[in-house]
Write a protein that binds this ligand. Structure first.
Ligand SMILES: [Zn+2]
Length: 222
């Protein structure tokens, strides 16, 4: 094993980041090694990727897709967050969404897609972050092999730690293609909804209700 790959040990859970982001050399080594293994897999599945014009470059393409896109949130830095002081001491609920969610299921390596909603109850002396950053954060944690229950918590814990709001809510409504393309072959309308609450929102039924109402209204907005 090359020394560049060696640094990647010890292994991590599928939705945990490495201790340090990969540099370009390490990323290239990982893609190369993964492509070799994918070629082996194609051989086992008896797909002639050496001669078949459809699959000739597929092992390398898939290796790149895994490292640079579908799992990039394990190998890259989390997004930089621009923080603003809460100068107006705004202390009402802010709800952002729908934010497009794309992820991959840790159990079957199938796509998960849907929407995320984030509710923030800012602290008077806390920080507010730029709106587009919420999309980036969802994208970052979605780019890992995930289960939805842990994904909502990871997104929430990251925002909570960086901005110290009074309260925070994260809700995801998503379709799991491991349920639509295999197994029960369920409906594409069938969704899974998970929510996670932090700070004062965890035990404030009225605010939770307000958050859910806003999510529903935003989901219906044109
Ligand atoms: Zn699955």
């Amino acid at each position: 094993m090359s020394s560049a790959l060696h640094r990647l040990r010890p292994s991590r859970r599928s939705n945990e980041a490495l201790d340090a982001p990969l540099n370009q050399v390490e990323e290239g080594a990982m893609i190369g090694a993964a492509a070799t293994k994918l070629e082996e897999l194609f051989d086992i599945l008896r797909i002639d990727h050496r001669n078949d014009h459809n699959t000739r470059d597929t092992p390398r393409r898939v290796a790149r897709m895994l490292v640079e896109e579908l799992m990039a949130g394990r190998y890259a830095e989390p997004p930089e967050i621009t923080e603003f002081d809460n100068v107006q001491r705004f202390n009402e609920l802010i709800v952002i969404g729908p934010i497009t969610l794309r992820s991959t299921c840790a159990h079957h390596l199938m796509p998960i897609y849907g929407e995320a909603y984030i509710g923030v109850l800012p602290a008077a002396d806390g920080k507010i972050i730029g709106l587009s950053k919420y999309d980036r954060i969802v994208e970052h944690f979605g780019a890992r092999l995930q289960i939805q229950e842990e994904l909502v918590r990871q997104i929430g814990e990251f925002i909570f730690a960086r901005t110290a709001p009074q309260g925070l809510a994260v809700r995801i409504s998503a379709v799991h293609m491991c349920r639509t393309q295999r197994g029960v072959r369920g409906s594409h309308q069938g969704r899974m909804v998970t929510s996670a609450y932090f700070g004062s929102l965890a035990d404030d039924p009225a605010r939770k209700e307000e958050f859910l109402r806003e999510c529903l209204a935003l989901g219906k907005a044109p």
